[in-house]
Design a protein around this ligand. Structure first.
Ligand SMILES: [Zn+2]
Length: 59
C-alpha cells in the first residue's frame, strides 16, 4: 500500500495522511512543536490519491 505522510517542516514529525484528513487541521504532535498541519499541505497528487483510495486507509 502506498503510504501517504506529511512531514512537519519545523520538527520533522511524520503524520499519516488519514490523521490529517480526519482532522483537516491539527496541531503537530511533535513534542514542543506549535506548528499547525493541514490536509491541504499535502501535495495535490497525494491528496488525490488518498481521496481516491481512502477506504484502504481506514484503520
Ligand atoms: Zn512539528
Amino acid at each position: 500500500m502506498h503510504i501517504i505522510t506529511h512531514t512537519c517542516s519545523d520538527c520533522g514529525t511524520v503524520v499519516a495522511a488519514n490523521e490529517l484528513e480526519a482532522n483537516r487541521v491539527m496541531k503537530c504532535p511533535g513534542l514542543g512543536c506549535q506548528s499547525v498541519l493541514r490536509f491541504d499541505d499535502l501535495p495535490a497528487d497525494d491528496r488525490d490519491f488518498f481521496l481516491d483510495n481512502r477506504e484502504q486507509y481506514q484503520l
